[in-house]
Design a protein around this ligand. Structure first.
Ligand code: G6P
Length: 609
């Protein structure tokens, strides 16, 4: 998705903008542009990678200390230089970058055409630029009123950064349903759609709410509400490390983030478990409220949805509360029947995924309690959910999630144990036993990384040629197969499917041919023999079988290659089995020579429907 960065201060803006945009590359983009004000506002844009933009401006000696930049992920209009941001109003008065989508842009075009506005691009953003200009000229009351009238008039989602020719020392910003933060240090003020873009410069930020605007001067930021009244905001400190958003010697962010997992899981555990006691009071979810919960709805997208599938098994089994897990884009349009005493759990790394945010609002409108499991502090879902449990994964840069996924899993375990305990479905002994075991997970992951990486790397080079892969398992092993399969297909472009092992025979087995890759996840004591039987069925049709299992499970008669993982409690196996599956996807992709951190067509945070 698109990215925004802006700077107003003492330093050369071009360096800060380009550096910020490079930190936003991971979000996915197809063109980039900047506007820098020196004597006049100068605009430079280029299709494709950021390097093309850098090449264009390398001899320009841009000295301006105020500017805005953008990476565009095409929605309205093809990826091209013409459609790239910044866009400029007809008279050159307004220069703007925009994330999001303006839904009523056609209607606005008609309105503007009546006033002789012309359009050079196919974007909704150019329309937005001219609407601001239109109100600015019509009422002659300055930027804040032009922006506020625009916010009232447009429908859709947006984060915008605007420069007005008549206000050369200011950047104006506003947002609705699209992320934006504002930072400040002694060198100036910053705006970005995403923390990593400005983390290097400052950790002191303001969160700007929906339908608010702000004016960035060189030494201060002034916030406004929709009435144009000044509002006060507290500055907050981001806890993320700068180094977490850098590769630090690793070849790719994905492998760095895979290796960070023991550490960030430990941090997440330690923030909710102290002295063998779970404490989730920071979420403000009280024990009384927990006792009252009659149903749980887990709602999420992508990998976060897969965490939900795992959590469904664990939460239901431990708490005896019925749990349903749903894809957010389905939930939001389904008018589900929700128990008033239900709890909706929204899982999201970014806290900005449009469908998850909409699902949260649906649940709130239905009058049920909501809980977010979120990584990005201050994100929309974190702010709108009644309760929040934060994952402490730090900034995740690789598009394919690994460490955020793993910390989300941990939170669901902690929540399940706490709820089961509060509801008296497990006794103190079981509670302590589970807590003790959870704390062993970071070291067990470390062991997998130490013991298995080399073998998986060697094995992966053999599989770069495959066209199809199938991941099978039962129960929690099926849940993690969903994630393993997604991980492989999203980064390596190898077609892959996950199947509940017992379901294979109902169609999918017809796809098995000699040397088809089948990965069997086998951890659950009660049912592992059944999965092994299913693997035997595909092996006898020529499949190459990789198994992921603890040593105690005998896979000799099926496995062509075995990845052993340490033993743990049955509920926690997903945290261990996912590690080799992540490594497999990573190394297969690297051996194919693909850009593992930025797979084609994907975006890290999907803020459109
Ligand atoms: C995108 C990402 C996935 C992620 C999904 C949900 O598709 O590429 O890795 O799982 O969005 O994102 P969220 O930020 O809500 O967890």
């Amino acid at each position: 998705m698109c990215g925004i960065v802006g700077y107003n201060g003492k330093k050369k803006a071009v360096d800060i903008l380009l550096d910020g945009l490079s930190k936003l590359e991971y979000r996915g983009y197809d063109s980039a542009g900047i506007a820098i004000k020196d004597k006049n506002i100068e605009i430079f844009k280029a299709k494709g990678k950021l390097i093309n933009l850098q090449d264009k401006i390398k001899d320009k000696n841009l000295k301006g200390t105020i500017g805005i930049g953008h990476t565009r992920w095409a929605t309205h209009g093809e990826p091209s230089e013409n459609n790239a941001h910044p866009h400029v109003s007809n008279n050159g008065n307004v220069t703007l970058v925009h994330n999001g989508i303006i839904e009523n842009y056609q209607e606005l075009i008609q309105k503007l055409e009546k006033h002789n506005y012309k359009f050079y691009s196919d974007t909704d953003t150019e329309v937005l630029t001219n609407i601001i200009d239109y109100y600015y000229n019509k009422y002659k009351i300055g930027p804040i009123d032009a922006i506020n009238r625009t916010m009232v008039r447009v429908r859709g989602s947006y984060a915008i950064a605007v420069m007005f020719k008549d206000y050369p020392d200011e950047i104006w910003v506003a947002r609705k349903d699209s992320p934006m933060i504002i930072g400040q240090n002694d060198d100036g003020t910053y705006v970005a759609s995403d923390v990593p873009a400005i983390l290097k410069y400052t950790k002191n930020v303001y969160y700007i709410d929906n339908l608010e605007a702000a004016c960035l001067k060189k030494d201060k930021v002034i916030f406004y509400d929709l009435n144009g009244d000044v509002i006060k905001k507290e500055m907050q400190e981001i806890k993320w490390d700068v180094s977490a958003a850098e590769k630090e010697g690793y070849e790719h962010f994905m492998i760095k983030e895979i290796y960070e997992q023991p550490e960030v899981i430990k941090k997440t555990i330690n923030s909710y478990i102290q002295d063998n006691t779970i404490d989730i009071s920071r979420s403000n979810l009280t024990q009384e409220e927990i006792k009252d919960i009659k149903e749980i709805y887990i709602i999420a997208c992508g990998s976060a949805y897969h965490v939900g599938v795992c959590a469904q098994y664990i939460l239901e089994d431990l708490t005896k509360i019925p749990v349903r897990v749903e894809i957010a884009s389905e939930f939001r349009y389904r008018k589900p029947l929700l128990n008033k005493k239900g709890l909706a759990i929204i899982i999201s790394q970014s806290g900005e995924t449009a469908d998850s945010l909409a699902a949260l609002r649906e649940a709130k409108n239905a009058g049920i309690k909501t809980l977010g499991i979120i990584n990005v502090v201050g994100s929309s879902i974190a702010r709108e959910a009644d309760h929040v449990l934060y994952t402490l994964a730090g900034p995740e840069i690789a598009v394919a999630t690994t460490k955020a996924f793993s910390t989300q899993l941990i939170i669901t375990y902690i929540l399940a144990i706490e709820m089961a305990h509060v509801k008296r479905k497990i006794n103190k002994k079981k509670y302590l036993e589970l807590i003790k075991e959870i704390q062993t997970i970071p070291d067990k992951i470390k062991n997998i990384l130490e013991d298995d990486t080399n073998n998986i790397q060697k094995l992966s080079s053999k599989f770069s040629y495959v066209h199809d892969a199938f991941y099978i398992g039962r129960n929690l092993d099926y849940a993690i197969s969903l994630e393993g399969s997604l991980k492989l297909k999203e980064v390596s472009y190898i077609h892959s499917e996950a199947y509940a092992a017992g379901e294979l025979k109902h169609g999918t087995i017809s796809l098995i041919e000699p040397n088809t890759l089948v990965i069997g996840v086998i951890t659950q004591d009660e049912i592992y023999e059944k999965t092994i039987s299913n693997l035997v069925e595909v092996k006898s049709r020529g499949a190459y079988i990789i198994t992921v299992n603890p040593n105690k499970i005998d896979v000799n008669k099926v496995a062509d290659f075995t990845i052993n993982i340490p033993e743990t409690n049955k509920y926690f196996y997903p945290s261990l089995t996912v590690i080799p599956l992540q490594l497999l996807s990573y190394y297969i992709t690297v051996s194919k020579g693909l850009d593992v951190d930025k797979p084609r067509n994907l975006a890290k945070s999907v803020t459109v429907e």
